[in-house]
Write a protein that binds this ligand. Sequence first.
Ligand SMILES: CCCCCCCCCC(=O)SCCNC(=O)CCNC(=O)[C@H](O)C(C)(C)COP(=O)(O)OP(=O)(O)OC[C@H]1O[C@@H](n2cnc3c(N)ncnc32)[C@H](O)[C@@H]1OP(=O)(O)O
Length: 240
Amino acid sequence: MLRSCTAGLRSLWALRGRREGAPRLSADLQPARRLFSTEKAVHKDWALPNPSWSKDLKLLFDQFMKKCEDGSWERLPSCKHTCTYKSEDFKTYFLDPQLVEGEGLSQAQLFTRGFEDGLGFEYVIFNNNDEKRTVCLFQGGPYLQGIPGFLHGGAIATMIDVAFGSCAAISGGAVMTANLNINFKRPVPLCSVVVIHSQLDKLEGRKLFVSCNVRSVDEKTLYSEATGLFIKLDPKKSST
Ligand SMILES: CCCCCCCCCC(=O)SCCNC(=O)CCNC(=O)[C@H](O)C(C)(C)COP(=O)(O)OP(=O)(O)OC[C@H]1O[C@@H](n2cnc3c(N)ncnc32)[C@H](O)[C@@H]1OP(=O)(O)O
């Protein structure tokens, strides 16, 4: 397992630098004000196959793309910055203009998209709006190691949070995580693909209760189960 991961790592490094459209780091750093303005920017969609994707991930991706053809499912595009959510939704809530304009945010990008192809979080999320559920296909790369050969629990929690966020956003729009409970049942092998099935269980005012399970591609192994509470942001409130 470790040997195959080392080989995988070697080939991933070989892929670096010949990734099509890969921005150079310096060119990829955008001024923070752009993240939060209505200015149009060209964003690369990272929720698409790249050469680091395993056969399993590509196969599942193709299966879900087929399901999108009748409109029951949709693939969520994903960029390094915050364009999945309309930044306007968060404006009232968060943004101290001094912070936004300041140096601190000039390098801001989505945590899960901050790695080179294949080294960190490779994932794509599909939404079923009618059924209020999402499926996240996730391949955790070698930089997400916890105990040797396995994914770090924090990396799994991160992907669960992201999957939940997308699921809750179907009904809630701009939401934030208030609570996450995760039962880690089996360790997830590094570089393997898992499927995170999330669903909205209950909507109570601004509270969205979600749950998920994390399974192997063949569905035989249940890696984790989780529940979460998301809160729809109240535009009249500020976070500070
Ligand atoms: C672009 C790509 C997007 C990728 C997706 C990424 C997803 C990642 C999402 C995150 O990680 S968000 C970051 C982690 N979360 C936070 O930092 C949230 C910090 N907490 C807060 O900002 C506020 O507590 C929160 C917005 C969650 C709620 O504040 P509010 O002032 O809007 O709500 P309020 O306190 O009035 O509570 C509303 C209801 O929720 C309930 N509630 C709030 N927090 C709770 C909690 N933790 N547990 C149980 N119930 C809770 C609260 O009791 C109340 O219930 P009732 O309506 O029945 O009275």
